[in-house]
Design a protein around this ligand. Structure first.
Ligand code: HEM
Length: 442
């Protein structure tokens, strides 16, 4: 067999490595030279922010794992020891805890960005499906991790959620015993949840690699939803997006640092500072805020099995959105009806989050039911129907025209004003259209 010559565009040690294992070349092409549409907004920085948050979680998790004891007798105390005795243990633990919250904040923005600008549509279906898988894995990881400090909410949260499996006909009860390693949440449970927490965390890293590889095949979508036709409509990732993403990340992590140093327990539940006690059930067992919308869907349905099915389906259906949404147009900017329905979907998400935190009684149940109906209506009925009947606004010919339309105020990315975002007044628009007056020379 003929030997391939060892070549590389680089010299020195980098060239030596690259000729044998062309990872530097690949990184250069895929990350520095990679072309992205020129009109990406800060919404497109959240993918990078998610990656940085994931790294923060893994690194702080590694450090925590060196001191944590996964047993029913020691788990709670080992976490308290980390907080009080281990050098900078408080920082590592609060960093891990708050990074988990901020991971979900970023992923919700990332998902709703994808929905609003139609990033799930052809040819990015697989990229989107990988996203939905990541989201499921994130939920599993967060649930398993929340059990580990072995506080009251850890214990009772794990009890409620694992009990949901008992709704499965015939084999449900056996599955629960198998999952828990006993008849109730106990020593075997915390030990295996610890192993699984590590496993799902690294599974996320694996699926993120697939997610980003798929993205680099199709390229990024953009707020106009129109694919760039040539290089004049795109920019190289470096330096344009690296600097923009870095800016977005600095703002995001500044807010993160504020939470971490000033209000580290704000997003958590006080009951989790009480050691797990199988004999005392907390008055309200509430999951973490990021699970609340789905918890509300679960409780909105009076039948246990159907509640579980609805909860899983509410997320699982997202994977089919590329086919459920029948419109040819990607971006909500050009979809006068779907835009409002999508914004209502986002609002509805917060309504579900609110009622998920409230006791399942009276008006809260009614609101949860209406909001659950809208969740499914949006995905299963409105997405196919509106796509067929809606008359979209005039599409620009290319991204250059989109930018011109945006600057002149002809199109607006949101149909209402957000505080802090530019919103040209009629006078400003008129001024922009008026010919500029030349300044007479001295
Ligand atoms: C650990 C979690 C995740 C990481 C690290 C991640 C990473 C990224 C990165 C780096 C990008 C490119 C930059 C950007 O467009 O923001 C991206 C794009 C994208 N992601 Fe994610 N992602 C995650 C979760 C998700 C989830 C849960 C979904 C959806 C359910 C999703 C859907 C998408 C889509 C559709 C795009 C293409 C967007 C476009 O081109 O307009 N991602 N992701």
């Amino acid at each position: 067999m003929e030997k391939k010559p060892l070549t590389s565009p680089y010299s020195g040690v980098l060239g030596w490595i690259d000729a044998r294992l062309p990872i530097p070349r690949m990184l250069d092409q895929e990350y520095l030279q990679f072309r992205v549409p020129k009109n990406l907004t800060y919404f497109w920085s959240f993918g990078g922010i998610l990656m940085l948050t994931l790294m923060t979680l893994i690194i702080s998790g590694l450090a925590l794992g060196m001191h944590y004891k996964p047993s029913a007798d020691e788990a709670f105390d080992s976490v308290q020891r980390i907080m009080r005795d281990v050098n900078y243990g408080w920082l590592i633990r609060y960093m891990h805890m708050n990074a988990a919250h901020f991971f979900f904040i970023a992923v919700y923005i990332h998902i709703f960005r994808g929905i609003y600008f139609g990033s799930y549509k052809q040819p990015r279906e697989l990229l989107w499906i990988f996203g939905v898988i990541i989201f499921f894995l994130m939920m599993a990881t967060a649930f398993l991790g929340y059990t580990l400090p072995w506080g009251q909410m850890s214990y009772w949260g794990a009890t409620v959620i694992t009990n949901l499996f008992s709704a499965i006909p015939f084999v449900g009860d056996s599955i629960v015993v198998w999952l828990l390693g006993g008849y109730n949440v106990g020593d075997a449970t915390v030990n295996r949840f610890y192993v699984l927490h590590w496993f799902t965390a690294f599974a996320i890293v694996g699926v993120v690699l697939l997610h980003v590889t798929a993205l680099h095949i199709t390229g990024s979508n953009n707020p106009s939803g129109i694919e760039p036709k040539d290089d004049s409509e795109t920019l190289t990732f470096n330096p344009f997006m690296t600097i923009k993403d870095l800016h977005g990340a600095v703002v995001f992590f500044t807010i993160f640092a504020f939470a971490l140093f000033f209000v580290p327990d704000y997003l958590g539940h006080a009951d989790n500072y009480i050691p797990a006690n199988p004999l005392v059930t907390p008055a309200h067992i509430v999951p973490e805020w990021y699970f609340l919308p789905f918890y509300a869907i679960l409780r909105a349905i009076p039948d246990k099995l159907m509640g579980v099915v609805a909860m899983v389906a509410s997320i699982g259906l997202l994977a089919f959105l590329p086919w459920l949404d029948t419109s040819r147009i990607r971006s909500c900017v050009f979809r006068p009806v779907w835009k409002w329905l999508t914004l209502l979907f986002v609002f509805n998400f917060f309504v579900l989050m609110y009622v998920g935190a409230m006791p399942a009684e009276g008006t809260y149940v009614t609101i949860a039911r209406v909001a659950t109906v809208y969740w499914f209506l949006y995905l299963v009925v409105l997405a196919p129907l509106v796509g067929l009947v809606e008359v979209p606004n005039r599409l620009p010919a290319d991204i250059h025209e989109y930018e011109r339309m945006k600057q002149s105020g002809e199109i607006r990315f949101l149909p209402f004003r957000l505080p802090g975002l530019p919103w040209p007044t009629e006078a400003e628009k008129a001024q922009e259209k008026a010919p500029t007056r030349s300044v007479p020379a001295e």
